[in-house]
Design a protein around this ligand. Structure first.
Ligand SMILES: [Zn+2]
Length: 576
């Protein structure tokens, strides 16, 4: 880095600390809300700023204080001039009416006593007396209580600006008296852009991608990002190389990670472990490394899902496309496995060993056929022929799952008998219970109609009681007769039901109780139908073969098959 000679070096995080709201990045919502509040003259007495460390809470507090007291404007402004005495004094941290306190080291009642006493006096020179309390959640309960009285009736010329990293630890009584602002983590692209601008103005040369790595590692904190840039610049005389940054961050480079992913998805365990050894030798942290693999699985899944290409360098983009051909189902499985692995690594006594285990497991499982492929192989093979010999859909561009027509359309559900009601003792009640009519205009001709109408009206309790406890006896001409099964508060229940039905249908309904003669409850019919569907499903040759093949397989649900719900769609790959 070419530092301007003979000037004391100021770290970037300080040098580029925002002095105005325009200079703040990634906090558009906050700026907009404050702008509106100032324009409408609706400024709160107290503000609370929350967000992770290094995200700009203190900077925001100071800019806000400047805006409130700037002498350049006739009143509070979003654009403090920065040149008046008030602005200058606040910039230098010596404004007599703007008091900063760090609650982390001043937690007690006595510490807030100064504030409470001072509030009684008018500001010396400024429009407002402003108290900035950092890490406010650290205050003791008694300190909060002491402060609360002041917050309840603050004088017009006093403002409080609180900042905290842990908003949950701030008592609700305090929160309810503050206007709250959440500072967001700065998105990677915004951060990268910001870093680029600063690198340019500091004449720091950085190789492609280095700033992206730094932006990602900063996890949305501008201060951290600038500190990292400082470090990287200090270590590299000419240009910051990608490898230098990755070493500094303890990360493996993207090419290596993509190669390992590819090896794993192809089932090449040995190759994956070799490549991992290389990454390890470069100092890659196992958990960061697995997190990077997750990132790249995500990118590949986006490509497989047909989302636009990312802004990766060409070579990496090609590799991601190759990985994407594994298909969404397989990538999803890899994601799940890596995610679990990532947690394990954090708990493991030896993270490196744990990471190796994760890779071995991934390489073992990734090439296995997906459920859709199993079904496909079973439907294509004559029933009874050895099934499950699906070719592992390795990373060829013609993954088996992409070719041929959709398989699942005639499989499971359509051949299963539709849910006709089972023979029931009494015909009428069973029909009553089961006929479905469109629920747009509630004409109640079955218990099911009423249940649906209740559901739609959000009457969950009534609906549940109806399903569980009502046995239909008759339903016609504004009269519903039911037998009640089990223990319900009957009177209210039936009266509530009658009221609901009358209101919904616009005609009076009478609901009465019979001693006997009721049909099955909706709940009983549902569970019967469910059982029948499962039985029918189990008899289907494909399902039977799957059940036979996998010991632990069981049918948990049978759903109607429609276009939205294609079993196969998970596995379609859109090659970019
Ligand atoms: Zn000013």
């Amino acid at each position: 880095m070419k530092n301007i000679a003979n000037q004391p070096y100021r770290v970037l995080a300080r040098k580029y600390r925002p002095a105005t709201f325009e200079q703040m990045i990634g906090q558009d919502a906050l700026v907009q809300t404050l702008t509106n509040a100032i324009a409408l003259g609706r400024l709160a007495h107290a503000f609370i700023l929350t967000g992770v460390r290094g995200i700009g809470k203190t900077s925001t507090a100071r800019i806000l204080a400047k805006g409130l007291n700037c002498e350049g404007a006739g009143g509070p402004t979003m654009s403090p001039c920065g040149t008046c005495n008030s602005c200058k004094d606040i910039n230098e941290g010596r404004h007599i009416d703007v008091l900063e306190m760090d609650a982390a080291s001043n937690t007690g009642v006595d510490d807030v006593r100064d504030i409470i006493d001072g509030v009684a006096y008018r500001p010396v020179s400024a429009r407002f007396k402003i108290y900035i309390v950092d890490e406010v959640h650290m205050l003791s309960r008694s300190a909060f209580n002491a402060l609360l009285k002041t917050l309840e009736e603050p004088p017009d010329n006093v403002k409080f600006i609180f900042a905290t990293t842990e908003i949950r630890k701030v008592p609700v009584t305090i929160l309810s008296r503050c206007q709250r602002f959440d500072l967001r983590r700065v998105p990677v692209d915004v951060m990268t852009h910001h870093l680029k601008a600063i690198a340019d103005s500091e004449q720091i040369k950085a190789a492609a991608n280095t700033l992206v790595h730094i932006a990602k590692a900063s996890e949305g904190s501008v201060r951290d990002a600038l500190s990292l840039l400082d470090q990287a610049a200090a270590m590299n005389a000419d240009e910051i190389s990608e490898q230098a940054v990755l070493d500094m961050l303890g990360q493996a480079n993207t090419d290596l990670i993509l190669k390992i992913l590819e090896a794993c998805l192809n089932g090449q365990t040995a190759a994956a472990l070799d490549l991992f050894a290389t990454a390890d030798a470069c100092g890659a942290e196992p958990d960061v490394f697995i997190a990077d693999m997750l990132d790249n699985i995500h990118l590949a899944s986006l490509i497989a899902g047909g989302a636009g290409s990312s802004d990766q360098p060409e070579a990496q983009s090609q590799m991601l496309k190759a990985i994407a051909t594994a298909g969404i189902a397989r990538l999803g499985r890899a994601w799940q496995l890596l995610l679990n692995g990532h947690r394990e690594i954090k708990d493991a006594p030896d993270p490196k060993t744990a990471a190796q285990m994760v890779l071995i497991r991934l390489a073992h499982i990734a090439p296995m056929p997906t459920p859709a492929e199993i079904i496909k192989s079973l439907t294509e093979a004559p029933v009874g022929a050895p099934a499950g010999q699906t070719p592992p859909a390795a990373l060829s561009s013609e993954a088996p799952c992409t070719e041929a027509e959709p398989v699942s359309t005639q499989i499971v559900p359509t051949q299963i008998p539709q849910t006709e009601t089972s023979p029931v003792e009494t015909d009428i009640p069973s029909q009553l219970a089961n006929e479905k009519t469109s629920s747009a205009e509630p004409v109640f001709s079955s218990l099911q109609d009423i249940a649906i109408s209740l559901d739609e009206a959000g009457e969950k309790i009534l609906a549940a009681r109806l399903r569980q406890h009502l046995r239909p006896v008759s339903l016609a001409d504004g009269k519903l007769e039911v037998q009640i099964d089990g223990d319900v508060k009957q009177e209210n229940f039936l009266a509530d039901l009658a009221r609901f039905m009358s209101q919904k249908s616009g005609q009076p309904w009478l609901v009465s109780q019979a001693a006997q003669g009721g049909g099955q409850t909706l709940a009983e019919l549902d569970s019967q139908a469910d059982e029948q569907k499962k039985q029918a499903a189990a008899e289907h040759p494909v399902v039977a073969a799957i059940l036979d093949k996998f010991d632990s397989a069981e049918i948990t649900a049978v759903r109607p098959h429609n276009a939205k719900d294609k079993i196969h769609s998970d596995d379609e790959v859109k090659n970019a």
